[in-house]
Design a protein around this ligand. Structure first.
Ligand code: F6P
Length: 474
């Protein structure tokens, strides 16, 4: 504890490191999550005085937050981590998370609108915006309560763009960072947003001492938006500093975890599904519009048309895990992925060969099994903040893999040289890239894969997190 009785380091994010499921008998079952922030935070050691503030996402979470009386969750549930889960009213949460964050902001930063009819910034949107403000204010207030004098606070992502400024007003003594995990839209696209809201979002992040991004491209786009919306001199020198920290894969964890018995078992099952001696094109995504899964399937179909010699000899292993299913547009996309995969299997499949092996039930061990088996990794998002799958597969694949990578993924900045690069909209170009990947010589493939793995692990989560803290310590 600091001298004033609050924490010294605070992390804020929408999704926290633990989630709860309510059982029929009313008991709560805690499930710990993984990801960059969880392993990053472990870098500061178990004795560090750190608190993680997150939102209650499910009914089980809300019940756990209530049982904790608005305070921290039981340490037994969180692996010893101090976690405060905010019980935000469900309608306010839904407006902020579904309505603003995963509709308006996600669509703007990933440039997903079909602009003749979208976006619709009407009275309903304004109502949702008020909820987004309230959600951000709830985080700012909790952080202000939890933080010791002069503490360091790192606020994560597009859900919490307003919180830095709100927190600054409540606690001018704190050192505040904001980290964006998404791309940042260029000014012409960002300015689809109503002018006052565009200015409020930028001003919210500029409330931080340090605003950080995954790549130089997104950082430059943020600054360009500040100039276009707020004025050419903003951010002024000496105010918010801009940083770039390219989160990498956690090689140590992945290499160990991918050789545990449950992964071996799933490899056996997958091999059976794929069939003896066949090549694999692997993709693993949350089913989410920016991931461009449908165009990936269409490119695979074109490969089978252009190069019929691959029929019966290759399988597209596509794991597409449904996400954000409260929103119709995400549900429709999930159904479209299934429909196109089924169509390809019906048109090309034979008694002994299923061209597309699609799995939709999230299973981390099976994802790792697919990573190990990958000959080709397909990562073709329309736009992506980083895309960690592009970094993880080369680290885990048993025999080295060829990475087919969208030039619009943040990972392109670090991996572009050794990947086969595609324009994500170009289905024919992606089919040609798959052909190039499948026919690459063993030596070249091994060399490139080695370099990809090295570049992908340059900044593992622990170092990435320490860089965020370090940027605030000067
Ligand atoms: O890509 C930005 C990001 O915040 C990731 O860090 C995270 O995995 C995802 O989006 C959040 O998804 P969800 O809506 O499932 O929490």
């Amino acid at each position: 504890m600091s001298s004033t009785g609050g924490a010294e380091v605070l992390v804020a994010s929408n999704r926290g490191p633990v989630s709860y499921e309510m059982r029929d008998d009313g008991s709560l079952h805690a499930k710990r999550g993984g990801g960059g922030l969880v392993s990053g935070l472990s870098a500061i050691g178990p004795d560090a005085d750190a608190v993680w503030v997150c939102a209650a996402l499910s009914d089980g979470d809300r019940e756990a937050a209530r049982r904790a009386g608005g305070g921290r969750l039981p340490a037994g549930d969180t692996g010893g981590q101090q976690v405060r889960m905010l019980d935000i009213a469900p309608d306010v949460f839904s407006d902020a998370y579904n309505g603003i964050a995963n509709s308006a902001l996600w669509f703007v930063h990933h440039m997903l609108y079909q602009t003749p009819l979208e976006p619709v910034f009407d009275a309903e949107f304004r109502r949702q915006w008020a909820s987004y403000q309230a959600y951000n204010q709830a985080f700012a207030e909790a952080l202000a309560q939890e933080a010791g004098q002069g503490a360091v606070v790192v606020i994560q992502d597009y859900h919490l763009a307003l919180a830095p400024r709100m927190l600054r007003r409540l606690r001018p003594d704190l050192r505040i960072g904001h980290f964006s995990h998404t791309p940042w839209a260029p000014p012409d696209y960002f300015r689809l947003l109503p002018d006052d809201i565009a200015a409020e979002l930028l001003g919210g992040i500029l409330g931080a001492d340090h605003a950080a991004f995954l790549t130089r491209r997104w950082a430059d786009a943020f600054v360009a938006c500040c100039h276009a919306v707020l004025g050419p001199g903003i951010p002024a020198a000496g105010e918010t500093r801009i940083g770039v920290h390219g989160l990498g894969a956690d090689a140590e964890f992945l290499r160990k975890r991918s050789h545990e018995p449950d992964v071996d078992e799933r490899m056996r099952a997958l091999r059976e599904e794929i069939g003896e001696g066949r090549r694999t094109i692997v993709r693993v995504d949350r089913t989410e519009l920016s991931k461009n899964i449908v165009r990936g399937l269409l490119a695979y179909r074109q490969l089978l048309d252009d190069h019929p010699e691959w029929r019966e000899r290759v399988v597209h292993v596509a794991f597409a895990y449904p996400s954000r299913q409260d929103l119709a547009v995400y549900r429709d996309y999930t159904a479209e992925v299934q429909r196109v995969a089924d169509e390809i299997n019906a048109a090309y499949g034979t008694a002994g060969w299923t061209p597309v092996v699609l799995h939709v039930k999230d299973d981390f061990a099976r994802s790792l099994a697919a990573y190990r088996l990958a000959d080709v990794a397909l990562v073709n998002p329309i736009r992506d903040g980083m895309n960690l799958v592009a970094k993880e597969i080369p680290v885990v694949s048993d025999d080295g893999c060829v990475l087919v990578l969208s030039r619009e993924a943040g990972a392109y900045e670090e991996l572009g040289e050794d990947a086969v690069v595609v324009n994500p909209y170009d289905i024919g170009g992606t089919a040609a890239a798959l052909q190039e990947a499948l026919t690459m010589g063993d030596e070249e493939r091994a060399e490139r894969s080695k370099r990809l793995a090295a570049a992908a692990t340059a900044l593992p989560p622990a170092a990435w997190f320490l860089e965020q803290l370090g940027a605030l310590s000067g």
